[in-house]
Design a protein around this ligand. Structure first.
Ligand SMILES: [Zn+2]
Length: 147
């Protein structure tokens, strides 16, 4: 199995984030439209995380967040691991704003969470934060351009 690192990248043309393998010192082109992407701040992931990342991105796209809601969600998601909050509780709050994330619920309902689920949920919160921040930034750039 490949252990190559995957980074979250943003395509401004597609207005979406994906996990892509970015060779060190290189720029990765968008898999959909081919233009150069920019690497988003956040963790590095493995190829096996791509499916989860994609599902979270689809869920976020399905429910456009207003600027204030995006800020709220961002606040809830930031530094979950450092704050020591239970990721399942944080995600349950965020579900109010992003109902598309309900696919995470089976994992959220495990009580008590096995360590594996917990690690997965922490990764999910990190991915979600990266995606929400990138989307909010993009929306700001677009509205600034519009006038
Ligand atoms: Zn693209």
């Amino acid at each position: 199995m490949s252990t190559a690192q995957y980074l979250p990248v943003w395509c401004a043309a597609c207005a979406r984030a994906t996990l892509q393998q970015v060779p060190p010192g290189n720029v990765s082109n968008c898999r959909s439209c081919g233009i150069p992407t920019s690497v988003l701040p956040g963790q590095t992931y493995l190829e096996s995380d791509s499916a989860l990342f994609e599902r979270i991105q689809v869920a976020v796209l399905a429910t456009p967040l207003g600027r204030r809601t995006a800020e709220q969600v961002e606040k809830q998601l930031r530094d979950v691991a450092i704050r020591g909050d239970a990721p399942e509780l944080v995600l349950l709050h965020v579900l109010d704003h992003l109902p598309g994330l309900h696919f995470l619920l089976p994992a959220l309902q495990l009580q008590p969470s096995p360590a594996l689920e917990r690690a997965l949920l922490l990764r999910a919160t990190g991915m979600l934060l990266t995606i929400v921040v990138a989307g909010a930034k993009h929306a700001q750039t677009c509205s600034a351009r519009a006038g």
